[in-house]
Structures are given as structure tokens and as C-alpha cells.
Ligand binder design. Structure first.
Ligand SMILES: C[S@@+](CC[C@H](N)C(=O)[O-])C[C@H]1O[C@@H](n2cnc3c(N)ncnc32)[C@H](O)[C@@H]1O
Length: 276
């Protein structure tokens, strides 16, 4: 039995055991004749001690669950967060409700690609997908996730770019859905974050500048030139940024409906700009 090998094992470490042994934890827990070789035992103990010392488990197992799929992750990208799954749900809901088709979808600041890939996988209408990030390292991992979850396709563009600045002309016009989880933590708050975040996750993915929302503002201003009519912009924001960003977004998009919606914890989290 698994407990004979690991009497102290808590559920937090189940993903490590599953990863090393390549089997589902429920299957392992009910296997009366389980044998684990010394090499695997050593590997499990090493990874558990790294996790205890603070390394986030998804960086040890190189995968994270997001929405309905498993994404490859490592230190090149942020570990996808549960609140970001609602960006996917809200975007899919908008597309289904408006019965949109032939869409150009852009996931700006895509990291491992979890948002854009999930939307593309579960939207049923024809569409093109732009996945963009300033970090070429993040885009390497994004490319692997695209290959694993969407396969090769010429409707997908993976672009290294500082927001829209390096987009080729043919891609920047007529975007129907812009979705983004940009860095939004105020710079002075980074050093106060939990060690598992500030010592392991890329600061490029966290640091939103002095106020935290500068990049959101830049994105809103730049996007204005590139969005099609009847389009959607949906951006994840910091919980204390709702009021200011609603006001700023309304001044940039006076003819659109601007709202801020809450996450499951009741915090302002999603800035949404959609047709009136
Ligand atoms: C909060 S992470 C989000 C990653 C992924 N979308 C997710 O939700 O897990 C922000 C991402 O923005 C990227 N980024 C930072 N500055 C950028 C910029 N100026 N232009 C484009 N991407 C940027 C970072 O490299 C990082 O991958």
C-alpha cells in the first residue's frame, strides 16, 4: 500500500507521487500490491523536500490544471490561477450569447497560453487565435502547449511582442475578442508577496509598475486602434483597481459598456468592455 511507503503523506503531495509513478492517485491508494523501486522513492522524497522548502509543486511536476486541461509549466511562466479560469468562462459566454463567428481572438500576455488555448479549444465557431507575450521563453512553452492541446494549425499565431507594438499589420486589424491577464501587482508590493510567488515566479509576469495598472491602461489605449466593431475586451485586474480602471476605461471607450465583475471571493477582478 502507498501508506506503507509514505505514512505521513498528505494530499498536498499527491501530485508529486502521481507525477513520478505516472499513475492516478486513487489507483495508487487502492493498490494492495504496490511496489515502488528505490529510484522512484528517492525521486519522490527529493521532490517532496523541495516542495516543503517552498518550490511550487507545478514547477516540480511541470504541469498545472487549468479550466479543462493540463498545461505544461515551468519557471519561464506564471502558474495559471483559478480566478483566471473565469476569464475563459466569461469570454466563451459572450461568444455563445452573441452567436459570433469567424472571430479574431487575441490572448495578450499569454504566458503558457492557458487562456487563449482554452477559449480556442471550446469555442465552436471558426476563428483565428493570436497568442502574444513579451517573453520569448514563455512563448516556447506556449508553443508546446499549443502543439499538445490544439495541434498544428495555420489559424494560430504565436507572437513575441511588447503589447501590440510588434504585431504585423495584417494581424492588428479587426480583433473581435481581446482577453488578457497582464501583470498587475504594484511594484512596491512584490517584495511583500509570499516566498513561493516572489522567489519562484517570473517578476515579468507579476510586476505591473508603480500603481500596478499601468499596463492595463496601455493595453486599453493601444487596443482601441485594433478592435473590430461589436468587440469584447476582457482583462483580469487587481482587486483594488476596479474603481479607477472602470473610470479610465470609460474615458477611453465612451461609447461602450464598461463594467467590473467580481471573482468567486467577491473581489473586483474582471474589467469588461463590450458593445452597448
Ligand atoms: C500574469 S502573467 C499571465 C500569464 C497567463 N496569461 C496566465 O494567465 O497564466 C502576465 C504575462 O505578461 C507578460 N508580459 C509582461 N509584460 C508584457 C508586455 N509589455 N507585453 C506583452 N506581455 C507582457 C509576462 O511575460 C507574462 O507571461
Amino acid at each position: 500500500m502507498l501508506v506503507d511507503f509514505f505514512p505521513q503523506l498528505t494530499p498536498d503531495y499527491f501530485p508529486i507521487v502521481e507525477y513520478v509513478l505516472g499513475r492516478d492517485i486513487h489507483e495508487l491508494l487502492s493498490d494492495d500490491t504496490l511496489h515502488i523501486c528505490k529510484l522512484d522513492l528517492d525521486k519522490i522524497f527529493t521532490l517532496i523536500s523541495k516542495a516543503k522548502a517552498g518550490t511550487p509543486i507545478p514547477y516540480l511536476t511541470n504541469h498545472a490544471y487549468f479550466y479543462k486541461d493540463t498545461f505544461q509549466v515551468d519557471e519561464r511562466v506564471l502558474i495559471p490561477r483559478p480566478e483566471t479560469e473565469m476569464l475563459v468562462e466569461k469570454t466563451l459566454h459572450f461568444i455563445w450569447q452573441k452567436k459570433l463567428s469567424n472571430l479574431s481572438i487575441c490572448d495578450m500576455c499569454c504566458g503558457c497560453g492557458c487562456i487563449g488555448i482554452s477559449i480556442s479549444k471550446y469555442v465552436s465557431c471558426p476563428h483565428s487565435l493570436i497568442l502574444s507575450d513579451i517573453s520569448p521563453e514563455a512563448l516556447q512553452l506556449c508553443t508546446t502547449n499549443v502543439q499538445n492541446l490544439l495541434g498544428e494549425s495555420d489559424f494560430i499565431h504565436i507572437l513575441p511582442s511588447n503589447l501590440f507594438k510588434n504585431f504585423p499589420d495584417e494581424l492588428v486589424r479587426g480583433i473581435n475578442v481581446l482577453v488578457s491577464n497582464p501583470p498587475y501587482i504594484p511594484h512596491p508590493r512584490i517584495s511583500k508577496l509570499d516566498s513561493s510567488v516572489k522567489d519562484y515566479e517570473p517578476h515579468l509576469a507579476l510586476d505591473g509598475g508603480l500603481n500596478g495598472y499601468e499596463m492595463v491602461l496601455d493595453l486599453l489605449r493601444e487596443a482601441k486602434k485594433h478592435m473590430a466593431d461589436e468587440s469584447l475586451i476582457i482583462i483580469e485586474i487587481g482587486e483594488d483597481q476596479g474603481m479607477i480602471l472602470r473610470k479610465e476605461a470609460k474615458s477611453i471607450y465612451p461609447n461602450k459598456a464598461v463594467k467590473v465583475e467580481k471573482d468567486l471571493f467577491g473581489c473586483d477582478r474582471y474589467l469588461i468592455i463590450e458593445p452597448n
